[in-house]
Design a binder for this molecule. Sequence first.
Ligand SMILES: O=c1[nH]cnc2c1ncn2[C@@H]1O[C@H](CO)[C@@H](O)[C@H]1O
Ligand SMILES: [Zn+2]
Length: 431
Amino acid sequence: MIAIKNILVLNNFEEPQKCKKSDILIENNIITKICDAGQLKTPEGAIVIDGTKKAIMPGLINTHSHIPMTIFRGVADDLPLMDWLGNHIWPLEAKLDEEIIYAGTMLGCMEMIKTGTVAFNDMYFFTDSIIKAVETANMRCTLSYGLIDLCNEEKRQTEVKAQKDVLNSLEKAHNKNGLINAAVGPHAPYTCSADLLQHAHELAKEHNIPMNIHMNETEDEIRQIKEKTGLRPFEFLNSLGVFDDINVVAAHCVHLSDNEINILKEKNIYVSHNPLSNLKLGSGIAPIPTYLKDNINVTLGTDGCASNNNLNLFESIKACATVHKGVQQDSTVVKVSEVLNMATKNASKALNYNSGEIKEGMWADLVILDLKNPTLIPNKNIISHLAYSFNGVVETVIINGKIVLENGKMTTMDEDKVYEKAEEAYLNLVN
Ligand SMILES: O=c1[nH]cnc2c1ncn2[C@@H]1O[C@H](CO)[C@@H](O)[C@H]1O
Ligand SMILES: [Zn+2]
């Protein structure tokens, strides 16, 4: 049990003036009580957190990452997507092993937690090593194995077999405490055959899990699909039935035709907007204000550390809240509440979580901020600060009812050891 006393609860992004000081009780992994400050009787044996001069917010949810790529930070800058992937990232990924993946995931979990992220939607390889690290860190996540067959039949069969094992591992991990969830992850329309895409869709339906896929990131890949099929990527996948009856989290969605935007609406597809990765790889800027006008569900992601190059979702929040104002020459688009919802409750909906808000009955995935932080002063319009000024350095993080960061220190891992192992893994990767 955790009792948090006298804390400013940031649970209303639309009407910040209604946020007030309250007491919160957490039992097991659930927020069981929220009442006016001073009203909560501390149950015997509860851990008490004094919330004076502190604020609490829903933990952030990153809907697009490749967490082990934290080890790739800084290895291939200033390149366009296809050159970056084909000539730099994929050759390095061929050298990955379980130890490098574990070290990268531990570092990634640490970085996310220290910057207020409690959950992430990931696509990568070596799922067993990722599971091991995420369980140690006690983070919530949705993991998918990145399916790639490059339209090669033999490769497709290997991928289908690998996918089966991965789903078994994920199911076992899920049964422990519900922290780890499964998704299917066909990498992208330009790396997967129609058969593989349809197979992934069938699995998502059968297991009632989301699909995680890269869509329409660059003009170049769209041209490839059009040459091959005569259709744009969303039209092609829609014709295959890939979007039917499942939650789809489509990463990037930078270049869409009007007809493709209609498909987003009709199929209720969740967009994972990755503004910093799209800017760094020179891919373009997604038309987020149009999506918001059309009531499309937009969420936020960082992408991996070779294209961002960090996992601080507060930076993506600020980028999203500012870049579209510049593009549209209209400072009224993408409001503070809209962008904060993207990083919390919209993401929770996309991934079928019970979090992203602070309400009784919801999972205790919470972030406590020390208000004595230069980027949060004056302590008046804190919700505005979350979007525009906060440096992301959080004080305490609770995931699934467990304190994983306490006064800025990780409780689930030895920080120095994580740094050391990450340095070693980097050297093994590049040498
Ligand atoms: O922005 C991106 N677009 C396309 N592929 C990416 C991006 N970021 C990482 N990967 C690649 O996706 C695979 C994960 O299963 C990896 O090969 C990773 O390098
Ligand atoms: Zn990606």
